[in-house]
Ligand binder design. Structure first.
Ligand code: DGT
Ligand code: CA
Ligand code: CA
Ligand code: ZN
Length: 587
């Protein structure tokens, strides 16, 4: 991406992060020290979490300001300066020359590290994913020294994941740019209304493309403006009713424009989901009505009865308007008919969160940075929950370090009157279901999160046993990212999820909805099942490792809405005094 010169304002944080990740991968491949490799990945992760663009940071504060971005060292800062000012990064281009061209396709397979990719290429001459699949099916891969059946299976799984991942985009890759463009369009005098539509409006965890809908009496003016927006890389099609563009991060975006009196019908139709719309059409038919993207009309007389607003469209069918997030034909139509839609949790209900890392372990910010960010978000409390001792790769805390951290938190609690800092940790559930510390340490904390960080391929019985043992531990309040999935990279581990729900409910253990965009774990359907069938309660946490990640709460709340959760189901919405009381009840 850095090969051609580009205007500097085009360079997005995501592009910069991808470039740094790529450098990290290439360094790994040519055998550089893990320290240097990690430095690039850390910088990439940090940049993804920034709330401001790297380019504007540089424009205001120069290379010194870049150096001050957590996780970005002075070396990387200099490289970024070069990239921003010239549009080129010779270091990257030189590195690229050292990597055989043939490896680039293999390197994109999740879980297949650079070293294995090189070995496959060197011994079997394989350069494409198709060839690799064939070789695995013919058991050829196992012949490579150091490779076994298990390796082959894992690589195959990685390829399947890759395929899945590339047909869909993470919500967090699509939402910010769509939001920005909707906001700009909304401010134009010739635009009447504009909203996201499709799976993006429904806030699905991944989306196939970006759909926008606007209404206007001057559609061509809207289209002229839209296709000239700075976010546009190029225009695929431009017409009076529909235009398609590719935005600068490579995603396709469609904008439809309708007349203001059709807006309600159109936004209803293009929000979907398809199964929701089909069900709605049946309901209309039974009432001798016809519904489409132009409006609702009487079949007998042909009279148009509704279409200006969405509420009007649902209203004429005798329904309340279901929030977009639950329009999946999973019972919301019946609930809307019977006027028993739940009042779903809102972002504004969130008073704080329980799972945030600092530089005491593998996070990049100080506790004070996190507290400042929490205040900016309007929170009433924030929890510091770093990794513990035995998670070495994450710089886990020893009991002594924890004591030191608790002293710092106590001081900060003195300093800040408007927010309370809860003490916590994210401890690791080991192979036997034990955690790092016993009651003498755990009892010092307000909150204990426990999560599984390894052993993902153990048998279902084994993993379930580990998890249940942790749930039964009276000091563990929250199970972090309960299924361990990483969207596009790793499937959930095999676990008896119903047994987990049952045990969590019986013991008063909260299940986390991890809001990190590639986790969103528990997922929507599980949330609803856990609440409705087992009476489980939840927390929504960002698992932030950089303070900017704390804004991912948005995706967590959207997923909770998709799981039909209400404010009462989620601990983050309670008052701090209540929260502390509830957490103590388990002990
Ligand atoms: P995606 O893009 O795969 O994440 O999912 P959607 O839901 O955004 O689907 P998309 O982009 O194909 O279409 C946007 C909306 O338009 C969809 O949610 C419902 C509506 N729609 C599309 N095709 C049909 C159809 O054949 N029948 C009906 N009733 N609605 C449709
Ligand atoms: Ca779509
Ligand atoms: Ca579409
Ligand atoms: Zn964590």
């Amino acid at each position: 991406m850095a090969q051609r010169a580009r205007k500097r304002e085009e360079l997005s944080n995501e592009e910069i992060a991808r470039l740094l990740d790529e450098i990290g991968d290439m360094l790994d491949l040519i055998g550089e020290s893990t320290f240097r490799v990690r430095a690039y990945h850390t910088a990439a992760s940090s940049i993804r979490g920034l709330t401001r663009s790297v380019v504007s940071i540089y424009q205001e504060g120069g290379v010194k300001a870049l150096d001050e971005i957590p996780g970005v060292g002075s070396h990387t800062a200099q490289r970024l300066e070069q990239l921003i000012t010239t549009g080129h990064l010779p270091y990257y281009e030189d590195l690229k020359k050292k990597i055989p061209e043939q490896l680039t396709e293999l390197l994109e397979i999740p879980g297949l590290g650079p070293k294995k990719a090189k070995k496959i290429y060197d011994t079997l001459g394989i350069t494409t994913r198709d060839e690799l699949v064939k070789a695995i099916q013919e058991n050829k891969l196992e012949e490579i020294p150091g490779f076994g059946k298990k390796t082959a299976e894992n690589i195959l799984r990685g390829i399947r994941q890759y395929e899945k991942m590339h047909e869909r985009i993470l919500l967090s890759d699509a939402y910010p740019i769509a939001h920005e463009m909707v906001e700009t369009l909304r401010r134009q005098p010739f635009v009447d209304r504009v909203d996201m539509a499709g799976s993006l409006r429904r806030m699905k965890e991944t989306v196939g493309d970006i759909d926008l809908l606007a209404s206007s009496n001057e559609p061509m003016r809207v289209m002229n403006f839209f296709t000239a927006m700075p976010q546009v890389a190029y225009t695929l099609a431009k017409g009076e009713t529909k235009s398609s563009i590719i935005v600068k991060n490579g995603l396709q975006m469609d904008l439809r424009v309708v007349s203001p009196d059709q807006y309600g019908a159109a936004i209803q139709y293009f929000t979907g989901s398809k199964p929701h719309n089909i069900h709605l059409r049946d309901i209309a038919k039974a009432r001798s009505l016809k519904i489409n993207e132009y409006g609702v009309s009487d079949v007998a007389t042909g009279d148009r009865l509704a279409g200006r607003t969405e509420e009007e469209v649902y209203g004429i069918l005798g329904m309340d308007t279901p929030p977009p997030m639950i329009r999946e034909d999973k019972g919301e139509i019946e609930a809307a008919m019977e006027h028993r839609l739940l009042h779903l949790i809102q972002l504004g209900d969130i008073n704080g969160e329980f799972h945030v890392h600092t530089k005491w372990s593998d996070g990049l910010n100080s506790i004070e940075d996190i507290v400042e960010m929490a205040r900016k978000l309007g929170y009433k409390f924030i929890t510091i929950s770093d990794h513990t001792e035995r998670l070495h790769i994450a710089g886990g805390l020893t009991p002594e370090e924890l004591d030191e951290q608790l002293r710092e938190i106590a001081e900060l609690n003195e300093k800040y009157g408007d927010i309370e800092i809860l003490t916590g940790m994210e401890t690791n559930i080991d192979n036997d279901g034990n955690v790092d510390f016993g009651p003498e340490v755990l009892s010092k904390l307000d909150v204990v999160v426990a999560s599984i960080h390894g052993g993902f391929r153990q048998s279902k019985e084994h993993i379930t046993r580990r998890m249940i043992k942790a749930i039964e531990n009276p000091f563990i309040n929250i199970i972090g990212h309960p299924t361990g999935r990483i969207l596009g990279q790793r499937p959930p581990y095999d676990i008896d999820i119903e047994a987990v729900f049952k045990a969590a409910s019986e013991t008063g253990t909260f299940l986390e909805l991890n809001a990190y965009p590639n986790r969103l774990d528990l997922k929507d359907d599980y949330l609803r099942e856990a609440r409705d069938r087992y009476g489980c309660k939840f927390t929504i946490d960002t698992d932030a490792h950089v303070m900017g990640h704390m804004t991912y709460m948005l995706y967590g709340v959207a997923t909770a809405q998709r799981g039909w959760l209400t404010k009462e189901d989620v601990l983050n919405t309670y008052e701090v005094s209540q929260i502390k009381k509830i957490l103590r009840q388990k002990r």
